[in-house]
Design a protein around this ligand. Structure first.
Ligand code: PEP
Ligand code: MG
Length: 588
């Protein structure tokens, strides 16, 4: 029977396909009863998983041999020994045989038993082995699940990605030609997983707590990224309704795509630069550079997160040069490494923090580890010789942080000049405005910054005290809050007064319902995932500057988020519907 699960609408669109579970934790794993005649086949799955994990470990050991000491590399020997331990393998097999449970469950039980034994030991070195065991268990389950999901993903069929979270490192795994939708147990509309889904143009629903328990790999489902609904085992009637929706969606998309090559101007000729956000070099591959003003935000950390160790300076130069070449002379804004908080870096050990989002992250972390900053800025400088590069600093809280970064930049420029390495001496240094306290001190910061870019995803999270990753409070994360709009106005006024450019690179820049208001507040540069560009352009071309200013003034005077939303529904939505001709879309 069809079951409807409600979550958070994270990326627009509808998708119909079988669900495939992507997860590698030991917490919830697929569970089934093994039939009497299937025990041997079930036990035989272990060997394949052991081989895969052993191969990965040896490869990792080999890759890291240059950068880790002899002692550290031996950790992998200990893991390989556990993996090949005959008693361990026999115990797992016995668990399947005696209790008729699938291999994933047997592994989970045996690991938990062994862990208990190690954890009770006096010797701290032996207690440490418990962590190795857990890690091996996680990898084995991961390998088993990967083999299962390949049955659905390797044969060129469409599928829906389901997992606890959608992580930046997952983006590299996906078969983009066949992934049709994303559904996750955790996250909010502004978490990085949701941002990624939107930038990939994949319909997504996040924050359905029960999704991994309620669904199973291979089950047919509908992801409705507009309404934030997932329907498991849909009825024939549901399927017919959604097939119709898909047809309408395609017609609307065609209408919107017509504006692609038209100028980004209001009907009275006010130009607004529409830039693209990029999560990595591969985003530039299919990008229509002719229709963008440049790259307004290159999130360099995503490339760092997909790797197993820090990229060297030369490796970074290669990546940044590729981005510069892809942008064909248009500006590329490289944001320096923004890890920490909700973006952990697997190979860089960070302390446990109670409030990571208020902790060691962004430029704070890089200034404490100047090597990271030096290497990255040097690499960006070297790539800058190819065109127009800009450097953007994340999570800036004080003027002194910008001063220190400028000193680093000046020092690096002097070094490069002395050694005859080419770079752009005029490279601009910009500041992200995402920590609220920076707003009142902007008049002090702007003289030493070349530009500012507003990171509304974090700015709104900090202004509203709402964790952007927490689905329980996701409803309250609403950038239409009049307080947020007033702060955005303050930033635009400060930048325009100082004669510095101010752009918005958070998600609201790509949300067409905001476009007239942002223009009315004084923004002339918006940077967004390229998929949103046609919608934003169509909206921009629908309201004159005077209309935008009138709407912004009215929104600023409102006393509640609801009132601002009503204004958008009553004044902006009807004109949008007229423009679409073929369909009606609601404000979300
Ligand atoms: C932001 O905070 O708005 C932003 C653009 O950065 P990120 O989403 O990567 O934190
Ligand atoms: Mg941010």
């Amino acid at each position: 029977m069809a079951r409807k699960l409600k979550g958070i609408a994270a990326a627009r669109g509808v998708a119909i396909a079988p669900i495939v579970h992507f997860h590698t934790t030991l917490d919830h794993i697929p569970t089934w009863k093994v039939a009497d005649g299937a025990v041997d086949a079930e036990k035989a799955r272990l060997q394949g998983a052991v081989d895969t994990v052993a191969r990965n470990l040896v490869q990792l050991q080999h890759e890291l041999a240059g950068s880790l000491g002899k002692h550290d590399v031996r950790i992998y020997d200990a893991q390989l020994a556990i993996l090949h331990d005959q008693t361990f393998q026999r115990d797992v097999g016995n668990e399947v045989e005696q209790h008729r449970v699938n291999l994933e469950v047997a592994l989970q039980r045996v690991i938990a038993r062994y862990e208990g034994v190690f954890a009770a030991m006096e010797n701290p070195a032996m207690r440490e082995r418990a962590a190795d065991l857990r890690d091996i268990g996680r990898q084995l389950v991961g390998a088993l699940v990967a083999t299962e999901r390949q049955k659905y993903t390797a044969n060129g069929s469409d599928y829906l990605f389901a997992a606890d979270e959608f992580l930046p490192s997952d983006a590299g795994l996906l078969d983009r030609a066949h992934i049709r939708g994303i559904v996750t147990a955790h996250g909010g509309k502004y978490s990085h997983g949701a941002i990624l889904a939107r930038s990939l143009g994949i319909p997504a629903v996040v924050g359905i707590d029960q999704i991994m328990l309620e669904s199973s790999t291979g089950a047919q489902a509908i992801v409705d990224g507009d309404a934030g609904i997932v329907i498991l085992d849909p009825s024939a009637e549901d399927l017919a309704d959604y097939e119709q929706r898909l047809r309408e969606q395609r017609a609307v998309d065609r209408r919107i795509a017509e504006v692609r090559f038209q100028p980004s101007v209001t009907p009275d000729g006010v130009a607004v630069g529409l830039f693209a956000n990029a999560e990595g070099v591969r985003d530039l591959d299919g990008l229509e550079v002719d229709v963008i003003a440049g790259i307004g935000l290159f999130r360099t950390e995503f490339a760092f997160m997909e790797r197993r160790q820090f990229p060297s300076e030369n490796e970074q130069v290669v990546m940044y040069r590729r981005a510069m070449e892809g942008a064909k002379g248009k500006p590329v804004t490289f944001r320096t490494l923004d890890v920490g908080g909700d973006k952990p870096l697997g190979y860089f050990r960070m302390p446990e923090e109670r409030n990571p989002v208020l902790g060691w992250r962004g430029i704070r972390l890089c200034l404490d580890w100047p090597d990271i900053l030096y290497t990255q800025m040097r690499a960006i400088l070297r790539a800058s010789a190819l065109g127009h590069a800009r450097i953007l600093l994340p999570m800036v809280t004080t003027r002194s942080e910008v001063v220190r970064c400028r000193e680093v930049l000046d020092q690096l420029k002097a070094d490069l000049k002395a050694t005859g390495v080419p770079f752009d001496p005029e490279i601009e240094l910009g500041v992200m405005v995402e920590v609220p306290v920076l707003v009142p001190v902007l008049p002090d910061v702007l003289p030493i910054a070349d530009f500012v870019s507003v990171g509304t995803n974090d700015l709104v999270q900090y202004l509203l005290a709402i964790d952007r990753d927490n689905q329980r409070v996701a409803k309250m994360y609403d950038p239409f809050h009049p307080g947020v709009l007033r702060v955005l106005q303050q930033i635009a006024v400060a930048a325009n007064t100082a004669g510095k450019s101010a752009s918005i690179c958070g998600e609201i820049a790509g949300d067409h319902w905001f476009t007239p208001i942002l223009v009315g507040l004084g923004y002339r540069e918006l940077s967004m995932a390229p998929v949103f560009l046609p919608r934003v352009k169509l909206m921009l071309r629908s309201f004159t500057l005077a209309e935008c200013e009138g709407l912004a003034a009215r929104a600023l005077a409102m006393s509640s988020t609801g009132a601002v939303r009503r204004l958008v529904q009553e004044e902006i939505q009807p004109r949008w519907s007229q423009k679409l001709v073929t369909g009606v879309e609601e404000v979300r």
